[in-house]
Design a protein around this ligand. Structure first.
Ligand SMILES: Nc1nc2c(c(=O)[nH]1)N[C@H]1C(S)=C(S)[C@@H](COP(=O)(O)O)O[C@H]1N2
Ligand SMILES: [Mo]
Length: 404
């Protein structure tokens, strides 16, 4: 109740011409989002980007409009932007970028330039989904505090760069290594705020598909998506995908800070994981790590008018790396379900496109939904798994179109 008032207040300051309560809501935002969020959100064009949905500006938090997910690859200029701190590094800051690798469990310290990364290491490619842990937080009912994301705090891209494990091998990983600590070039604007740093279990860092990406969809990384180098952790939520990566420490200790110990945690055992991050577990909570199976409908949009001859539903599904087995679609409010046609498989960590034609429809409202199943047999939730930070929302999306 208080939150709504605060958000509405912000809206009045931030954007004069925001929609009044009586005005129709823009259909690029789900009607399930908190009203305050829908009031303050605006479409904003950041440098180098198509218009994205601005949720906050300092720090920058901008989500991708849902129609972008009609394609399994998210274009760089529509890819979402998420920062914890307002101190986003400028291109000037990044001009003399280098990466240091060291730590108490490293054999030695090394400093690598971009030229080193390009000439001394195998260049590899993977298609993978980067999704914020809090994607869809705004759809939690009752609402929970945090950035009130709709469906678009995610994207899927072809990432190209070097293997983290190859870079670690240059420094040497000692037998007592426990975690890989990651640091980026961005920092807090005020001293009291802790810098954003995250860590990975050493076993994950040895996987062949964990990359330091230098390119995204065939282009250098966009500035706001981590130029000139960012971590790619396929299957794990976006919080580990450190942008503007500048330091890697091989450590014998768990990384202790706000972002590991207080934020990004879920109730112990609530969500399935294959590779536990035990050095960061406590008695009641675990760090959020692997994503949950999920899908999104990109077309038609909620509230759209469709002809009686019907329409083609289109969307994407993804999971934590087992791949998508089936997506089922309902055109009658969940009474009957039909298998969708799956597009080409772009890899186990990628979006899997799907589509299905509705066929002719009777006039009136038509309630549409989609639900995905992974190759592991995991299904989207039928009741919301509530957790304090509002992570892993994967209820099947439901929307209503009008047949006329
Ligand atoms: N340096 C840095 N890296 C970061 C973050 C950040 O605040 N600073 N946020 C993380 C989080 S929580 C997410 S969801 C992703 C978002 O990636 P994107 O902005 O490229 O979409 O970046 C991750 N890497
Ligand atoms: Mo995130």
């Amino acid at each position: 109740m208080h939150r709504r008032a605060i958000l509405a207040g912000l809206g009045a300051v931030a954007a004069s011409g925001t929609a009044s309560r009586a005005a129709p809501k823009p259909n690029w935002m789900s009607p399930a989002l908190p009203e305050g969020t829908r009031d303050v959100a605006t479409m904003v064009r950041l440098p180098g980007k198509q218009p994205l949905i601005q949720l906050t500006d300092r720090p920058p938090n901008y989500e991708t409009p849902i129609d972008a997910f009609g394609n399994a690859i998210t274009p760089n200029d529509r890819f979402f932007v998420r920062y914890h701190l307002a101190g986003v590094p400028t291109m000037e800051d990044l001009k003399n970028w280098s990466l240091t690798v060291g730590g108490d469990a490293a054999g030695r310290s090394v400093r690598l330039t971009m030229a080193d990364l390009k000439k001394d290491f195998a260049q590899v490619e993977i298609t993978a989904v980067c999704q914020c842990s809090g994607n869809r937080r705004g759809l939690f009912d009752p609402h929970v505090p945090g950035v009130e994301w709709g469906y678009g705090a995610m994207g899927n891209a072809v990432w190209r760069g070097v293997r983290l494990k190859d870079v670690l091998a240059k420094a040497g990983v000692k037998a007592d290594a426990l975690e890989i600590w990651l640091g980026g070039a961005d920092g807090p604007v005020m001293q009291a705020t802790p810098a954003f740093r995250k860590s990975l279990p050493v076993a994950l860092a040895q996987r062949n598909d964990v990359l330091i990406a230098l390119a995204m969809n065939g282009q250098p990384l966009p500035h706001l998506n981590g130029f000139p180098a960012r971590l790619i952790v396929p299957g794990w939520t976006g919080t580990y995908w450190m942008k503007h990566l500048t330091s890697i420490e091989v450590s014998t200790k768990p990384l202790p800070n706000f972002w590991t110990q207080k934020a990004y945690r879920v109730p112990a055992g609530m969500f399935p994981v294959d590779l536990p991050f035990t050095s960061q577990n406590d008695s009641t909570t675990w760090p959020i790590t692997e994503m949950v199976v999920n899908s999104v409908i990109a077309a038609p949009m909620d509230g759209a008018k469709v002809p009686r001859s019907g329409f083609t539903l289109r969307g994407v599904a993804w999971d934590r790396g087992h791949g998508i087995k089936t997506v089922e679609v309902s055109f009658d409010g969940g009474t009957t379900w039909k298998p969708a046609v799956l597009d080409r498989d772009l890899g186990q960590y990628a979006f899997r496109g799907f589509s299905l034609s509705s066929g002719a429809l009777p006039p009136g409202p038509c309630v549409v939904s989609a639900r995905a199943v992974s190759n592991k047999g995991e299904m989207q939730a039928t009741t919301l798994l509530r957790n304090p930070a509002g992570y892993h929302h994967n209820l099947p999306q439901t929307l209503t179109v009008t047949v006329a």
